[in-house]
Design a protein around this ligand. Structure first.
Ligand SMILES: CC(C)(COP(=O)(O)OP(=O)(O)OC[C@H]1O[C@@H](n2cnc3c(N)ncnc32)[C@H](O)[C@@H]1OP(=O)(O)O)[C@@H](O)C(=O)NCCC(=O)NCCS
Length: 238
């Protein structure tokens, strides 16, 4: 197992743009392997984040790309999202995601000290990491309402579910750190530790409840023949 101290974790810049393709490819293949949705990113978008100093990149001691995350701003800077967290499969389970998230959180706090920092995730690992930084789970109404942010979900396989819930819920859990009104990281960490089995069940329940309903809807459409098949149908029936 790798350990955190073996990695170099840097604020990305122009010199790292050559890694944009491998980062995008890994984001896509990891999402596929997990069977979860993801807002797709292009290499050009990743490169822009690097040039703007709004991303963190990690390398192993042998200088192999190991992980990445970037910052997005929404609602005219009122909100910041730390998005696109990815650790190369070779370097997982060694504390790297935690270290990257800490670095991007510090960078976000430095660049946007008044912004609320949030993330959406389907993973318990990320919920745990966020909890240790002082994020708390929130409803979607407490996240940015910036149309451009939610438009990013259009490329996710679960977008139809999000829209059917009038953007109030989906498979992802929203987590937020409000610099003006937040618990201490030790409190949010304790909350997570106390509730983690409930949170894990909640994530599973959401998957079961939302996806089951949509499968039935897709089946009805298929049987009726009239409505056009959606991407969800393609995803679950092949
Ligand atoms: C999720 C991901 C970023 C975790 O990276 P990682 O470097 O293995 O994570 P870390 O080693 O820092 O683990 C952080 C904590 O989460 C736990 N954890 C890691 N993977 C986990 C998993 N699959 N399920 C449950 N807990 C997990 C670790 O045990 C650790 O807890 P600890 O502090 O008690 O030891 C990585 O698996 C990944 O890139 N996955 C694909 C992309 C993805 O899911 N991104 C998140 C999108 S929101």
């Amino acid at each position: 197992m790798e350990t955190q101290k073996k990695f170099r974790i840097l604020v990305a810049d122009e010199s790292h743009v050559g890694f944009s393709q491998i980062i995008c490819d890994e984001m896509a293949s990891s999402a596929k392997a997990r069977g979860t949705g993801i807002a797709k990113r292009s290499p050009e978008y990743i490169e822009q984040k690097m040039r703007e100093g709004k991303a963190v990149i990690a390398f192993s001691e042998d200088n192999i790309w190991a992980g990445f995350c970037y910052i997005e701003t929404w609602s005219h800077g009122e909100y910041v999202a730390n998005s696109g967290l990815i650790v190369s499969p070779d370097f997982r389970k060694g504390g790297l995601a935690k270290a990257i998230k800490k670095k991007i959180f510090e960078l976000s706090r430095k660049k946007y000290p008044d912004a609320k920092i949030f993330g959406l995730t389907t993973g318990l690992a990320v919920m745990k990491i966020n909890s240790e930084l002082g994020y708390e789970p929130v409803t979607y109404s407490e996240l940015t309402q910036d149309e451009a942010f939610w438009a990013g979900c259009k490329s996710c396989i679960n977008y139809e579910i999000l829209m059917s819930k009038e953007r109030k819920n989906c498979l992802c859990t929203g987590m937020l750190y409000d610099p003006k009104d937040h618990y201490s990281p030790s409190e949010t960490k304790e909350f997570f530790e106390e509730k983690k089995s409930v949170l894990a069940r909640l994530l599973q329940y959401k998957q079961w409840k939302f996806l089951k309903k949509f499968l039935h809807k897709e089946e009805r459409k298929a049987n009726g023949g009239a409505p056009k098949k959606s991407l969800l149908h393609l995803f679950f029936n092949h």
